[in-house]
Design a protein around this ligand. Sequence first.
Ligand code: ADP
Ligand code: ASP
Ligand code: MG
Length: 592
Amino acid sequence: MSIIVQKFGGTSVATAEKILSAAKRAIDLTKRGHQVVMVVSARGKKTDELITLAEEITKTPAPREMDMLLSIGEQETVALMAMAIHTLGEKAVSLTGGQIGIVTDSTHTKSRIRKISTDRLRKHLDEGAIVVACGFQGVDEDGNITTLGRGGSDTTASALAAVLQAEECEIYTDVNGVYTTDPRVVPEARRIGTISYDDMLEMASLGAGVMHSRSIEFAKKFNVKLRVKPAYSTEDGTLIAPVGDDIDRPVTGLAIVKNEARVTLKGIPDRPGVMGTVFSKLAARKIPIDMVVQNVVSDGKAEVTFTVPEGDLAGTLTAAQEAVNEVGSGTVVSGTNVSKVSAVGTGMRTNTGVAAQMFRRLAEAGVNIQMITTSDIKISVLVDRNLSQAALRAVHQGFELDKAAVAATQPKAPKLAARDEKALQTAVADRLSNMEDIVVSDILHDDSQSRVTLHNVPDRPGLCAEIFETVARENLLVDMIVQNIGENGTTEVSFTVPRADLEKCLTTVGKLLERLHGAYVSHDRDISTLSVMGIGLRTHTGVGEKMFRCLAEAGINIKLINTSEIRISAVIDRKQGALGLERLVAAFGVAP
Ligand code: ADP
Ligand code: ASP
Ligand code: MG
């Protein structure tokens, strides 16, 4: 008999009426011959209320006690849901995370799933009961209650679907599916029919709160069919699957993190190991950093800026100060009142000029770009928080995301035969000792690029658009773009181009700079880019740490960094490319 997992979010179980309506959905499925596991969240704003209550007592609650407290929200819902199913005449049993058999690590409030034993779940299902499971929680090896991080019920659902090899995992929520961006912020956002795992993973990790990004990692790793649906109607929603509808478009969707903060370490030594130290201090606190930008070095001193969620700022500042103390020099500064707006699309890989188009729309909306980082499937910009929603909307209009995708002209990636899918799933699962282990699948080495940097560029709206439009007009294929936070009215912009095009690029950029008083260009002909490929790389803070430590131990200095959930890349000196590749292959244990 096939198993279906149904997850109901907070708003979808907020009242007795909604609980009864969710119960009916589950019963309908059992009537159609399926076994059903329901995963439910805390009702309405219950989790927020519990957090507020704790904060009234202390600003620094012990994480273990926070987990003990927050877990009660889900416990209330499962009991009510089981009662609702009983009233409707069916069998149901409610279970806590521990009772389901979800074992996590002991990182309270941000724990990761290690294993799930399915014996008890299967026993209840085989007895004909609907299992109603608490989302968001588990227990560690010592039996302490743990939680998976805000929004973590999605991850419980997709993990249960993975271990039970469920036919589908349905995520019931308060919108009609996954949209091109948050429909509550941009009313003209469009529902996406099918979105790829990679696009959804990147959008979720960059702020699209509709799904917990770790739930998409599970889905991709274990090939879970996920469907996001409205709890209040019977519409189809959005399927999250290996290939999306929008493969022909450069941009699938946009995400925003309204409350982002930036942190800069100034005057740190320019030598191998410094980035590794910074990353490891943050990884120790499980703080995911994003938008990492290093300024091109002067006087043997380096400067690095990155962004973190504002909620992690205090921990970040402590960690950054520890890093500065350890490397011997530097100061830490930070800035708030900024938001991160990102455009995501696996289709970007084969499109030129996408970044220029985004920058132009921002300029037209009068938004100055404070920082830029790109990867192969996303472009992120940091902007003034007060302008962030206008920025999001302008970019949404610019890429015409409200319009339905045109029919694909590219052949869709062939669907794996059922047998291959199973084999792939087993192969991936076999390599993991813990369910939430990261999957590193490949290490790539590209030594065909050169770096170009524009220094002393006036920091005003429209300049980046002008630079990248000029470059795109010459058909120069720009890869990584980074821009650091400006100082004294000027900023620094770096990017990579194919080495064969370097001269042409320098001439083009040279002409542009003649008009910009005081700006100048530098370049680095011989660079190599080393990339670690996999799933969940940015969220799992340990990957960056391991990569940078490994390169440091080989005496390799890092010049540029770029990250996404499926790729972390470091630009290094070309002479050290082969050595770096060899070390990374050994460190991550993948076939060269
Ligand atoms: P639940 O409680 O069901 O887990 P969430 O509040 O976590 O619900 O997620 C649903 C919300 O996600 C929506 O109400 C919407 O405002 C927000 N959201 C953000 N980005 C998107 C997007 N791209 N598509 C749909 N909803 C989004
Ligand atoms: N109740 C938890 C939260 O509000 C988990 C969830 O809803 O997914 O974050
Ligand atoms: Mg949610």
